[in-house]
Design a protein around this ligand. Sequence first.
Ligand code: GLN
Length: 530
Amino acid sequence: MLEDVNESSPDWVRPVLVFDMGAQTAQLIARRVREAHIYSEIVSPKLSAEQILARKPLALIVSGGPHSVYEDGSPHIDPELLKSGIPILGICYGFQMLTQMLGGEVASAGRHEYGKAEATVATDCPLFADTPGEQVVWMSHNDEAKVLPSGAKVVASSPGAQIAAFEIEDHPIWGVQWHPEVRHSEYGSQLIKNFLFNAAGLEPNWDPQSIKEHEIRQIREKVGNARVICGLSGGVDSSVAAALVHRAVGDQLTCIFVDHGLLREGEREQVERDYAASSGVKIVTVDESERFLNALAGVKEPEQKRKIIGREFIRAFEDAQRALVKEAGEAGEEIKFLVQGTLYPDVVESGGGEGSANIKSHHNVGGLPEDLSFELIEPLRTLFKDEVRALGIELGLPENLVWRQPFPGPGLGVRILGELTKENLAILRAADRIVREELTAAGLDRQIWQCPVVLLADVRSVGVQGDARTYGHPIVIRPVVTEDAMTADWFRLPYEVLERISNRITGDVPEINRVVLDCTSKPPGTIEWE
Ligand code: GLN
């Protein structure tokens, strides 16, 4: 969690706090608020009014949740907050909780209302400004408000809920039974904006430039004159985190890039040349490809490959760290901090970031001397992925890096079914480059979430190339689309693009005589083949 905001802090650090009442959608609410350019964070309803007020929130939103407010032990926010004068919006469970806490009555509706509903709204209520009197909303409830709190009036109803929204006369408190944060609610984003700007009277002030300035100030304050290291993976998060830290403390930062020999074509150059040029960061590359290939020799089993790659990666990274620490020590300097590209969803999912700030970088390798201990700097830990991308652009990083598709840590190591040899890696690299080039040329990079290219090194089939019999390998292309990588669908690549990819690969990569398309969703297939 961020530190308390003091008087000298700029206004925009003051958050809109979203109470997570166990909803599927608390993160979505926070995102909608941020999309309206107001900073927002998710908090637990267990926090006391005092703890909440110390954050100087601009407004509060209470999310939906699976409980019924009349059940024993159902979550409630501290009642003191209702008298604080801070604007509050309750959504679904949050609406029902406010109804009950303000003296109304909530009970089972005896039926449920799931999905699309038509609501009639009072357009003179600030929540519904600039929206039509009849609108499609998305409902998901079994309980309903039977009796309004005193001083409240109904400002919306739906066929399944007589009281579908209320406002309180003398308090800046509103509630809606439906879910404005989901896209299916036609004017949902507008409702959230109306709450922030019309009802609560806030001003938008959260944008990439202010994020950048704030983070830079914080990093400078924390780091002082100490030295900092960062592991670069070539991915978006570590690249943006390092660029930000570099902007704050310049050459006090050194980045380590481990070349494990499982990189795609051009990847090392992209990091060493393009990224270094655009961000100015100092990069130490350690070429460890021999070490990885030796450790992986003869290994075909996917889990074993992943384990070996993970283990060697930690060792290689630690060796590089240790060398840098030693070098700095000889120059009379101390490396005190390690940068990590942790994002907000990771923080929320691991329980709100109550983790320890000090890690032993080698905690997962037994038997190593305990001589490396850093304090963490996680400049992205309050941001969502799209905000990280916007910040990357604001920092002047190239678009192709900022919009880079996710790539697994073990790299091409999990895209060869069979042994990871230099030869197999070279074949896969060549095919993968062609696929990437064609997808970029077709303008599909942002539509496709990721497109693994997989070499079936242990499979051979008969072909004919240049009038001669061949006995080559098939290559698989697996274009997918997904929101969160938990489930995915295969992307319908246009036939012309498939044709070009197939012709070029079989023409340019002699070991490959067949190109196949993976048209499996997830589940049942995972995105990667290993
Ligand atoms: N559990 C409550 C109900 O069924 C609230 C549901 C919700 O917040 N989605 O009405």
